[in-house]
Design a protein around this ligand. Structure first.
Ligand code: MD3
Ligand code: FE
Length: 214
């Protein structure tokens, strides 16, 4: 089992701020529980392509679990307690999700992290996430914990300005990243997913991000 911890910094990496911890393979021991949890969440709140404020359907499909879920529509981006498709509350965060997120956050230097939102993104080949900042959360002192499953992806990681130079990080099945402190508001994105077939997930990548939204 791979459990390598790579802490970048303290110095700048291609001009980007320090503050990310890549925990390679950290989610592998919880793989079965995570996949079962995703199955359960998706039954109650299926993946869907949300519409951006500009009127385009996102290439990434998403769903949420936890007290709050991230949504996008013509009115903007926000967190809300209910699924706009059904009006029901988002499904509860499975215990195995919360446990993994808390252990990863502690390993990344953020003990006591209690996320209230888990955004689950699903990428199929060609799907991408253009460069953006995550700033719909209330408290930027809390980290974001991200868990990658399925096909590998190239993560773009820039600085605090959109035009800052970007670093590229390959994210593989089971990798967990903790983003906090100076990187919390860094611009980031995911390059278009390459074709492939993952033994557990098929032609797809799933990313879970744990956030303190409220
Ligand atoms: C760095 N998701 O959902 S996760 C997103 O792989 C998002 O689906 C990507 O960006 C994905 O908003 C990247 C890694 C991540 C998440 C949030 C961050 C990196 C971050 C917030 C600040 C800096
Ligand atoms: Fe993001």
């Amino acid at each position: 089992m791979t459990r390598v911890r790579r802490q970048t910094g303290p110095g700048p990496l291609f001009g980007t701020p320090p503050g990310l911890t890549l925990l390679q393979g950290f989610a592998l021991p919880a793989e079965d529980a995570l996949l079962a949890g995703i199955e359960q969440v998706v039954q109650a709140a299926p993946f869907r392509h949300m519409i951006t404020p500009g009127g385009f359907a996102m290439s990434v499909a998403l769903t949420n679990c936890g007290a709050l879920g991230w949504v996008s529509d013509r009115r903007g981006y926000r967190y809300q307690p209910n699924d706009p498709e059904t009006g029901r509350l988002w499904p509860a965060m499975p215990a195995a999700f919360l446990d993994l997120a808390q252990r990863a956050a502690a390993a990344g230097g953020f003990p006591g992290f209690t996320p209230d939102a888990c955004l689950i993104n699903r990428y199929t080949p060609g799907a991408r996430l253009t460069l953006h900042q995550d700033k719909n959360e209330r408290d930027f002192s809390a980290p974001i914990v991200s868990v990658s499953l399925g096909l590998p992806a190239t993560f773009l990681f820039g600085g605090l300005e959109r035009t800052d130079p970007q670093d590229r990080v390959a994210l593989h099945h089971g990798d967990v990243v903790v983003w906090g402190g100076p990187t919390r508001l860094a611009y980031h994105g995911i390059l278009p997913l390459k074709e492939g077939d993952h033994p557990r997930l098929g032609p797809c990548r799933i990313n879970m991000t744990f956030r303190l939204a409220s």
